[in-house]
Design a protein around this ligand. Structure first.
Ligand code: URP
Ligand code: ZN
Ligand code: ZN
Ligand code: ZN
Length: 479
């Protein structure tokens, strides 16, 4: 059935205006100051913003880590995402050395296809580059529409790849039209600092942060940028936490390099002192890279405002405090890394960013949705409200005040990292391709209704505003 969103304030990355919006067959088909369509279901958005659905470019659902598995899978995780205003996620598909890439992608399809309630795609982790991988990668890109690769520079002896692998991945991405993503921390040095700390009897959660100092994030970020420059490729640095790393990205962009940076809500509102909470509660705040000294938050906000950082990912990776985070009692290095954030990403950026005057409404939409759609080959199908775009829409009440809490969130995890925080604004209704997933704050979606998205290659995103490349990459077009 047709739906007509009336009386709302439509907000995109470029404008804000009062208007009505018609949805037919899952798409936006008309936008005007006033529309009257007798046979359409009316959705009253009076007093609300009408935003493009949030795009979360960084999630880990149903992911094994450190001998356990994240609590949220593609069902609970995408339901929570929808409550929070997110209509598309890109999850990280892990790969195993020696196994085919296709088998890894098939595993991720099996985890997601009958569970997701919103649309989704995958980034592909690259742990080695050999002849088999080089043969298979173009096929995966073509057949699966996966056009972004992830390389871990940390997590020695598990996910970490060496610099040669990163460089070859960058060259391959340049040739094929893909975006390389890095977790930038110096894993070798971290491993040694952890050994030293444990040998000295330093076992509490705070030593997680102290053995992963910002210098090692800055160093790895700078190294990845140099390798990107050498390969004339493109790089997206995930979960930037600190001045050391953010300023390397700013510097790279000033040189005209195709470098992009993401930060996450936790780094904007929490800090290193949270790891010192008593009774092992600090384990709730163990992320890699770690939370930083509070002054770094100002630097991150400035970088978001000035454009050195462009996107917000949740890095959703949830483990219960009881039973899972507790694996690291007596040895901080065994605390599973990550936290529950998928539901709060959108509202925290609105509340801390827009409502507190740090970023504009247009910047908000760009960071929470549009720029991820462009960088990851989904624009303008996703990431904006324009005629012909998917009707992925968030009707957002900017005036509600509420308190974040594990007692009211929808993530399947026994704590909130943001417990007790008051935020301004709340998604009221959320539509994916024109169907309600959240209607008046109630879940009405259907597991399995989320669609897998085949994404375009990096260089075919012609609307992307990055410095011109000197030589056109051959690219396969839309898939
Ligand atoms: O602590 C984190 N960030 N856990 C998720 C895995 C990763 O490094 O992104
Ligand atoms: Zn597929
Ligand atoms: Zn990471
Ligand atoms: Zn992550």
């Amino acid at each position: 059935m047709k739906k007509l969103i009336k009386n709302g304030t439509i907000v995109t990355a470029s404008e804000t205006y009062a208007g009505d919006m018609l949805i037919e067959n899952g798409m936006i088909t008309s936008i005007a100051v006033q529309l009257d369509v007798p046979d359409a279901e009316i959705v009253d958005a009076a007093g609300c913003y009408v935003f493009p659905g949030g795009i979360d470019p960084h999630t880990h659902l149903d992911m094994p880590f450190g001998g356990t598995v994240t609590r949220d899978d593609f069902e609970s995780g995408t339901i929570a995402a929808a409550f929070g205003g997110t209509t598309t996620i890109i999850d990280f598909c892990l790969t195993n050395k020696g196994a085919s890439l296709q088998s890894a992608v098939d595993t991720w399809h099996a985890k997601s296809h009958d569970k997701a309630v919103i649309d989704y795609s995958f980034h592909l982790m690259i742990s080695e580059i050999n002849d088999e991988v080089l043969t298979e990668l173009p096929l995966i890109m073509e057949n699966e529409g996966i056009t972004s690769f992830k390389v871990f520079m940390a997590y020695k002896n598990t996910f970490q790849a060496d610099d040669g692998t990163l460089f070859k991945t960058l060259q391959t991405a340049r040739r094929e039209g893909a975006l390389v993503m890095v977790h930038a921390e110096n894993g070798d040095v971290i491993e040694y600092l952890i050994e030293q700390a444990l040998a000295a009897g330093q076992t509490d959660p705070i030593y997680h942060a102290l053995t992963r100092p910002p210098e090692l994030e800055g160093e790895a970020t700078g190294r990845a940028i140099y390798l990107t420059e050498l390969a004339d490729s493109q790089l997206y640095v995930v979960h930037v936490t600190c001045a050391d790393a953010a300023l390397k990205i700013a510097e790279g962009r000033k040189k005209g390099l195709r470098i992009y940076g993401e930060t996450c809500p936790q780094y904007l509102v929490l800090d290193q002192s949270d790891l010192e909470k008593p009774d092992f509660e600090g384990a709730k705040y163990v992320w890699s890279p770690p939370l930083r000294e509070r002054w770094n938050q100002d630097v991150l906000w400035n970088c978001l405002w000035s454009g050195s950082l462009q996107t917000i990912g949740s890095d959703q990776c949830s483990f219960d405090f009881n039973g899972q985070k507790e694996l690291g009692r007596g040895d901080f290095s065994k605390i599973p890394n990550g936290g529950p954030t998928i539901e709060d990403r959108f509202s925290l950026l609105y509340s801390e960013g827009v409502a507190k005057g740090r970023i504009s409404l247009q910047q908000f939409v760009s960071m929470i949705s549009t720029t991820s759609a462009k960088l990851f080959g989904m624009f303008p199908q996703k990431g904006t409200l324009s005629i012909g775009s998917d009707a992925d829409i968030v009707i957002f009440d900017p005036n509600v005040k509420r308190t974040l809490s594990a007692s009211t969130h929808h993530m399947r995890v026994d704590y909130s990292a943001f417990e007790g925080m008051e935020v301004t604004g709340e998604p009221v209704s959320v539509l994916v391709r024109g169907e309600f997933v959240i209607k008046n704050k109630q879940f009405v979606g259907v597991p399995g209704s989320g669609q897998y998205l085949h994404r375009q290659r990096f260089e075919t995103s012609t609307t992307l505003d990055h410095p011109p490349v000197t030589e056109k990459v051959s690219s396969g077009g839309m898939s």
